[in-house]
Write a protein that binds this ligand. Structure first.
Ligand code: FEO
Length: 395
């Protein structure tokens, strides 16, 4: 049901405490999530975004309990991805002809997905605005590639609310909606996970967009995201974080990720970790088995790291498929200015370090020279190599 955000602006979205994944199974969700839609009632009634199709009946029913649907003057579709546009077909079936404000790319996305070219699209671009009465207006800001070509934000004057859509959001369920009511550890962990796994490839654009928003110097009292907590307590703190995260962010952390067959490669992973901890006591060390720990959670740690080490045994003249798939995702996230090292055990051919080196170089990492290629199980000479790897990564 609706919850007040400020004055005549209400949240009318869906909090889904049971959601376990997003983008199919490509993004793991650990603490639920939400699709935030908003209803503005000034002289004009405006709906900002909708919710995912599985919740469309509930969404339209809830909306109809609040207002006569025919009173909606227009809908703003900040983004065509299905989690925000999924209820448009059900809603527009009831109020056909209602204007839908979106970017030119938004039209392509919505028509491509729902095949309703007859919808009353009103194309907007950065700086365009719509009067909604009582001295207030909505100003549109294109957010191209943050994170889709059609993405857009909408700013409500006087109330100073930025409806930012995906930007600044988190896949995180907050029953009380606001950032000051959320568990702060979980909130920031989910915010950085969202950035690392969804926005990091577009960091250069994030930096530019944040500078553009700051240059506008408009007051922002609330950042009303489309997922997770709504930022009302010091809302610019998340903008400042995004600015830091967009500039090859790293902490004094090294992450070791591996898979193993008979624990030889696992032993190497832990020896490298122990040696980093010994040589560089201030460095945080995290060690993950790629086959057992969710890839999005590991990537969040990679995002925070200044260096990583990746290990796989050789199998069938290749690396383990778990590591191969993980490296595909790693490349997709376009991390920059991070070092990497490689290691792995083998029985008879031993290609894995070479393949890992090639794959990590291709993914944009600076792969250091020392590596561990271990025939059968590790012994003292391989553990000595682990010291060299730890030194090269810690520098
Ligand atoms: Fe929340 Fe890009 O969809």
């Amino acid at each position: 049901m609706k919850k007040q955000i400020k004055n005549n602006v209400d949240w009318i979205g869906k909090i889904d405490w049971e959601l376990e994944s997003f983008h199919g199974a490509d993004y793991s969700i650990n603490h639920g999530s939400s699709q935030n839609a908003y209803l503005i009632r000034e002289e004009k009634t405006v709906l900002i975004d909708t919710v995912w199709a599985p919740h469309s009946t509930e969404f339209v029913d809830n909306l109809a309990k609040e207002i006569d649907l025919n009173d909606i003057d227009f809908i703003v579709a900040n983004h065509g991805e299905v989690d925000h546009s999924g209820s448009l077909p059900a809603l527009l079936e009831k109020i056909p002809g209602t204007p839908v404000y979106c970017t030119a790319n938004g039209v392509k996305s919505l028509v491509g997905q729902y095949h309703h070219p007859e919808w009353n699209f009103q194309v907007v671009k950065t700086g365009d605005s719509a009067e909604i009465g009582n001295g207030k207006k909505l100003i549109f800001v294109e957010m191209k590639m943050l994170h889709w070509p059609d993405s857009m934000a909408t700013y409500l004057t006087e109330d100073n609310i930025l409806f930012s859509n995906d930007a600044f959001g988190q896949h995180y369920a907050v029953e009380e909606l606001f950032n000051d009511r959320a568990d702060q550890c979980e909130l920031w962990e989910e915010a950085i996970k969202y950035y690392a796994n969804i926005l990091n490839p577009f960091s250069a654009l994030v930096k530019k967009k944040v500078e553009e928003i700051q240059a506008l110097a408009v007051p922002i009292d609330i950042i009303a995201t489309s997922h997770g907590a709504i930022w009302r307590d010091n809302p610019l703190q998340i903008v400042e974080k995004y600015y830091a995260w967009s500039q090859h962010y790293q902490e004094d952390q090294i992450t070791i990720a591996y898979d193993t067959m008979w624990d030889g490669t696992k032993q190497l992973a832990h020896r490298i970790g122990a040696e980093i901890a010994r040589l560089s006591p201030n460095t945080k060390v995290k060690i993950f088995n790629i086959a057992k720990i969710n890839k999005n959670d590991i990537m969040t740690e990679v995002f925070k790291s200044k260096a990583i080490a990746v290990g796989s045994p050789t199998v069938g003249n290749n690396i383990l498929s778990s590591v191969g798939g993980w490296l595909d995702f790693l490349k997709e996230l376009k991390f920059k200015e991070k070092k990497a090292a490689v290691f792995g055990c083998y029985g008879w051919t031993g290609e894995s370090p070479k393949i890992l080196r090639e794959r990590l170089t291709d993914a944009g990492f600076e792969v250091v020279e020392p590596e561990i290629k271990c025939n059968w199980n590790p012994g003292e000479e391989h553990f000595a190599k682990a010291t060299e790897v730890a030194e090269a990564l810690s520098q």
